[in-house]
Write a protein that binds this ligand. Structure first.
Ligand SMILES: [Zn+2]
Ligand SMILES: [Zn+2]
Length: 676
């Protein structure tokens, strides 16, 4: 056997190196500067390994922290991991998200090091990285105080300053268990017993005097975790059982530099300031009322105006794009939900049946069966297709109490739902039109970036119905459309609904957060269940293809996203009040009324403050409502039929003729302008 292995670098070049060479050695042979900059490595065997069918992304799971070696095709390894097989090797620097995750997990080790130095009686649970930082679950009879957390954070700085290398130690399982038993480390014992087998070698990592049961990977040394903070503490029961010990979960976050850490906390503040629940109250847009029930939304007059603007735009666009608007009942007989399969597969998400006369009824969780009944109500020929039915349909779904969240997760909401019934030949153009429409929604409402995911089937998984032909035809149409429109997308095999492939569009908001909104979904299940037909050119009956699509997704949720995206400062066309009028004193009230009438006649939403407050107080009040324009009206303005304009976030622009202001305002509205 050769003692050499092949290492393929991202540029495609292949190096032959001795077995046992580490990623660090490879980096160092390229340049010592590179070796100093890399954090971890991503490797993938050059000879494909057979993947265990049940294997999910090991990297994310709890198991990944302990059991090994990973059989994943691709994995992240520490720089000192000896390589024994032919691999492709990618050296990851600090700008890689995977490297940051490793740094955060390493920070959890650093925190545990500090914790045991200060509070040696503490028993350790586990300390994974999270999407925004890390935590460590620990057991100590005495609760940690704020001062303790500050002391831990200060000691972590010492551990980082000591720049202790993370060194892997492989130990016989019995030995490790015996050591942990003698220290009564009940959680470590549990993890070893659960995630390893008798006879295994146990992977431990040591930095300085601290050793932890962990498979890795970690950054090369503690000094690489340059910026961190211990953020909070929460209680949790060991293994989630309230009869068990009460653990303390200490949260922190870590970055490679102080700049990123600061930016992270600024972003958190920004998220807090934009919270739609807070702004919704402050701007009097909506409420959720205990007496009416959780997860049910009351749209107040100002929220209602925004909703009307959203819905008007959506309905007009639907009609312009060849949809027909329909309305369907909120409750329908249980029989219908049996035919549609909801009784069988979706009942736990539905409100319970209610008895009425001789039948049972259920609130609708989806609009599809209603639209199907409209399609089915008269015979269709190929000349009638496609039929595109759209509805802003209210649906009710049961969400567990405690899972509701403002407008984002509710029990009653409105889908901008549409169902397209078409021939297989029409699929591609219909999908293309849906994608165009989705793009128009995002652009109109001020989102520049979005991410597209294509969920397809897994031919080996029996849950997927429909022939391979059908799947290939539908997936082929979807990919051709995305390719032709040069939209980058990620394919997710096996993630489709059992009845057909789908495209999901996630928008990226102003803070870089992702929101799942639009979806375009194929379905050959419901047309079969309801025996849908059209008469083809050949004179014979055929089954139409059905496409479900929603673009806002839920109007409530989209509204919540908009509130946060704009921080409550809506663009002119959506702002519930577009212009606030501030007469300087009572003698300008008449002119204010004249201006108000002129603006309202031009279709603008106006509020005049005719109270006896001081001018500055009126301006401040309108400012708090985030009204786009405030017009100040005094002697000069009244004499010249003009208005003095203050623009939201921009300030005083001086006097302009009233007509000129009306022109400007109308242009902003009809153009759906984002800026003022
Ligand atoms: Zn670790
Ligand atoms: Zn549907």
């Amino acid at each position: 056997m050769s003692n050499l292995i092949k290492i393929q670098l991202p540029d495609g070049s292949i190096r032959e190196v001795a077995k046992g060479t580490t990623p660090f050695d490879v980096a160092n042979s390229i340049s010592p500067r590179l070796a100093a900059a890399v954090v971890v490595a991503r490797i993938r065997p050059l000879t494909p390994v057979a993947l265990n069918e049940n294997e999910t992304s090991l990297e994310q799971s709890e198991e990944a922290m302990y059991s090994g070696p990973a059989t994943s095709a691709e994995r992240i390894v520490g720089l000192s991991t000896p390589l024994h097989e032919d691999v492709s090797l990618e050296l990851l620097k600090e700008n890689d998200p995977a490297a940051l995750r490793v740094a955060r997990h390493s920070a959890a080790h650093i925190m545990a090091t500090a914790l045991l130095e200060l509070f040696p009686e503490t028993k350790l649970g586990h300390g994974p990285a999270t999407d925004s930082g890390f935590f460590y679950d620990v057991y100590r009879e005495v609760p940690f105080t704020e001062a303790d957390l500050a002391a831990i954070e200060a000691r972590m700085a010492d551990v980082v300053a000591r720049d202790e290398p993370f060194i892997q130690i492989l130990e016989p399982r019995d030995q490790a268990l015996a050591d942990y038993k003698s220290d009564a480390e009940f959680m470590k014992i549990h993890f070893i017993e659960r995630f390893t087998k008798p006879g295994d070698e146990i992977s431990l990592y040591r930095n300085g005097n601290f050793t932890d049961f962990c498979r890795g990977p970690h950054v090369p040394s503690t000094g690489r975790v340059k910026a961190f903070k211990v953020t909070s503490i929460a209680g949790a029961y060991w293994l989630g059982d309230e009869n068990n010990q009460q653990l303390q979960r200490i949260y922190g976050t870590a970055f490679f530099n102080a700049k990123d850490l600061d930016a992270h906390f600024k972003q958190l503040e920004e998220i807090k300031a934009r919270d739609h629940r807070v702004l919704g109250k402050q701007l009097d847009l909506f409420s959720i009322q205990e007496v009416a029930g959780a997860g049910l939304i009351f749209w107040h007059p100002k929220g209602g105006l925004i909703r009307k603007a959203m819905e008007d735009w959506m309905r007009e666009e639907c009609i312009r794009r060849g949809y027909q608007m329909v309305f369907t009942p909120h409750i329908m007989r249980r029989e219908l939900w049996k035919i549609s399969g909801h009784e069988e597969n979706y009942a736990e998400n539905m409100y319970p049946p209610m008895e009425l006369d001789d039948a049972e009824y259920r609130l609708k969780p989806m609009n599809c069966p209603g639209h199907i009944l409209i399609y089915k109500n008269s015979p269709k020929s190929y000349r009638d297709l496609p039929q595109r039915y759209a509805e802003l349909g209210n649906v009710y779904r049961y969400e567990r109490s405690g899972t509701m969240h403002g407008l984002l997760r509710v029990r009653g909401f409105t889908q901008d739902d549409a169902h397209i019934f078409c021939t297989p030949e029409q699929i591609e153009s219909e999908v293309e039109a849906c994608i165009d429409f989705a793009e128009a929604v995002l652009k109109t409402f001020g989102f520049e970036k979005f991410i597209v995911e294509l969920s397809t089937w897994d031919p080996k998984d029996k849950k997927f119905i429909g022939s391979a032909d059908k799947w290939e035809n539908a997936v082929g149409s979807l990919t051709r459309v995305l390719d032709r429109k040069q939209i980058p997308y990620k394919t997710i095999p096996g993630e489709a609904a059992f009845y057909g492939p789908k495209i999901d569009i996630k928008l990226v908001d102003v803070l870089g957060r992702l929101w799942q909104l639009s979806t375009v979904q194929f379905d050959w299940n419901l047309p079969a269940r309801f025996d849908l037909e059209y008469i083809g050119e050949d004179g014979a009956p055929h089954q139409p293809v059905m496409v479900h699509r929603a673009l806002f997704g839920s109007v409530e949720r989209f509204f919540g996203v908009l509130i946060e995206h704009y921080a409550g400062a809506f663009p002119m066309w959506l702002a519930p009040v577009q212009v606030g009028l501030v007469p300087i004193s009572e003698k300008h009230h008449d002119y204010a009324k004249t201006v108000q009438h002129r603006l309202e006649a031009a279709g603008l939403r106006v509020e005049a403050d005719l109270s006896n407050q001081k001018m500055n107080a009126k301006i401040r009040d309108f400012g708090l409502q985030k009204i786009p324009f405030i017009l100040i009206l005094g002697d000069k303005e009244a004499a010249s039929n003009s208005v003095s304009v203050r623009v939201r976030a921009k300030g005083d622009e001086g006097s302009v003729p009233l007509d000129a202001f009306i022109d400007r305002a109308k242009k902003l509205i009809t153009g759906h302008a984002m800026e003022l």
